[in-house]
Ligand binder design. Structure first.
Ligand code: NAD
Length: 72
């Protein structure tokens, strides 16, 4: 079984949303969403409903909890 890289997405806007979709559409081999964070609580709700398998969080300070790239 190949290892997967978990990508932390900081900011689920135009760019973060596009990359999240690329990953869940299977366009990026061996990558999965590790976590999503955004300062906007509405984006956490969007992340939870659109990408239910990925942990998501709201932060009031720049996403210190999600900026990680970790091989499984
Ligand atoms: N849209 C493009 O075509 C494009 C192309 C290249 C580079 N960029 C760059 O990518 C970055 C994002 O652009 P975008 O178009 O996706 O913006 P956007 O406004 O669509 O999305 C930004 C998201 O990040 C969130 N956010 C802002 N500050 C945050 C913080 N400190 N921690 C966590 N989340 C935070 C916002 O709430 C928002 O959901 C910008 O720096 C932009 O210059 C954008």
């Amino acid at each position: 079984m190949s290892k997967k890289v978990r990508l932390g997405i900081i900011g689920l806007g135009q760019q973060g949303g596009a990359y999240a979709k690329f990953i869940t559409d299977g366009m990026v081999p061996n990558m999965m969403i590790g976590a999503i964070c955004d300062t906007d609580p509405a984006k956490k709700e969007l992340a939870s409903s659109t990408y239910p398998d990925a942990p998501s969080m709201t932060t009031t300070s720049p996403c210190s909890k999600a900026a990680t790239l970790t091989p499984l």
